[in-house]
Structures are given as structure tokens and as C-alpha cells.
Design a protein. Sequence first.
Length: 309
Amino acid sequence: MASRPELKAEAGFADASKLRSLQPLGPLVPSWLNERVPKDPHRPRLQYRTVWVSDTHLGTPGCNAELLLDFLRSIACDKLYLVGDIIDGWQLKKGWYWPQRHNDIVRSVLKLAKHGSRVIYVPGNHDDVLRDFVGLHFGGVEILPEDIHVTADGRRLLVLHGDMFDSVVLYARWLAHLGDHAYTLMLRTNDIYNAVRRWMGLPYWSLAAHLKKKVKNAVQFISRYEEVVARAAADRHADGVVCGHIHTAEIRNFGNVTYYNDGDWVESCTALVEHHDGRMEIIDWAERVRNEVRPRREKKKRQPVAVPA
Ligand SMILES: [Mn+2]
């Protein structure tokens, strides 16, 4: 896609104190990542052919809204896929939580649609109410149960959220429940641990991501999930599959099928992108912002002190 000068990035972050009051339980990504990063509102946007984002869980304090908004305001693409669990209907039913920032995110998506990006919303399990509206358009956003995306290099990718494979992977219901509680506890522990690390001036460390990598059962679950989804794509004669749901970004080959997972915006702040030549890449936005903020902070520290004459 050619550069679109009319599509200018909007101004940067809200101040961190405001964010605190909006997110009483605190985000899982450290607050300093959400500090105001003065960005040139006329900076060129990152150009992609396709962008996949999922598991943003809008309507919950877990959503890293500032980083997500920053990402959406930094990109331009021909096609944007919202791959499910975008709005967390389950949590909203339990209690209404909808800060201004979540409105800004919705507006930012609609703005991309207005400026020519094709926006496709594939509902997940947390926004399954939208599955009743499949085939309809809302403000330029198409709702589809799943889709086939053809890459620039001609590969056919099946795009779906991926919750339908849970039952295949998790055969016992009690196991799913135990998993849910253990997971919630893990996220809280992660929060406290990082508050301590922040106080000690250490960078953010994700316990959830670490445990998922280390704990045998979690590894088995993720690995088995990836395999099951890839096999389903092979059955459909697709060259690959793009999904979300398990909050673990990945690009992995299973025989002739490539499994892509775009990650999430609760734990990791990742997206999947297709470049204009068909090359696929996982974008770690938290990491990118961290690298932007770090040199600025160091520069600030190293500023020469005025010596009285
Ligand atoms: Mn899900």
C-alpha cells in the first residue's frame, strides 16, 4: 500500500497518573511503559500488508490499553484482522469497566477502516455474542466466523480465534477450572513480583510467559494446541493458520502447514504482521516501546549538571 499522508499518527500517551486511576487493578505490563512518550504526531506509520491482533480483552483492567492504542496509531495496513476476544463480554457482564482509553481504541480501529483498511472481526469465546452478527458490517468492520487470507506470495491462511480446539485439547472440565484459578493466581503473583522489580529498578519479567515455557503441563497444552490447530488447517487444505486464544505468539511449522499465533495484549502485547512481500513477523510492541524509552531515560540521567562559576 502506498503511503497515505492523510492518515497521520495521533498524539502520544496520556499521563501515567490518569492511567493508574483508570486501571485500579493495575496492568500486567509495568507502568513506566505506559508513561507519556512524546511522539511526533506526523511521524510516518509502519506500513504492513496485513495485521492480526487478538485477545485485547477490552472491558477489563488487564488490557494494556495505552500500548495497544500506541500500536494502532503507529500502523497502516491494507487489511486488519481482529482475531477474537477483542471485547471481553464475559467480564463486562460481571461488572461494567470501560475507561475512555478503550473508547479511543475502538475509535482508532474505525479510523483505520475509514481510511481504507479492510477490517475483519472474527469473534472469539469472550466476545461470542458477536457470532450472532456474522455477515454484518458495523462502521466499516465486517464480522466473519472465520476467513481465508491469501498472502502476497500466494499462500492460503485459515484465520480463526481458536477456542473451538480447547475441547480437543482439554478433555476434562475440572481440569479447565483448575487451570483458570491457577492462571488467575499466577497473574496476580506476577503483578506483585513486578512491582518489587520496578521498585528495584529492574525491567519487567513475565511470570506467566515464563511458566508457560517452563511448566511441563503448560508446555504440553500449548504444544498440543498448536498441533491440533495446524492439523485442522491441513484438513482444510490451507497452507497455514492464524489464531489467537492461548496468549502465546508463535510461528511454527508442522509439516507443510505453518501455525501462526498473534499473541495477546494482556500479557505480552504482540501482533502478527505480513509485510508487502508476504514475509510474516511477530511484533513485540512492549519490547519496541521499552527500547524507545530506555535510551531516553538514560539520556535524561546523563544530562550535565550546571557547575556554579
Ligand atoms: Mn479466547
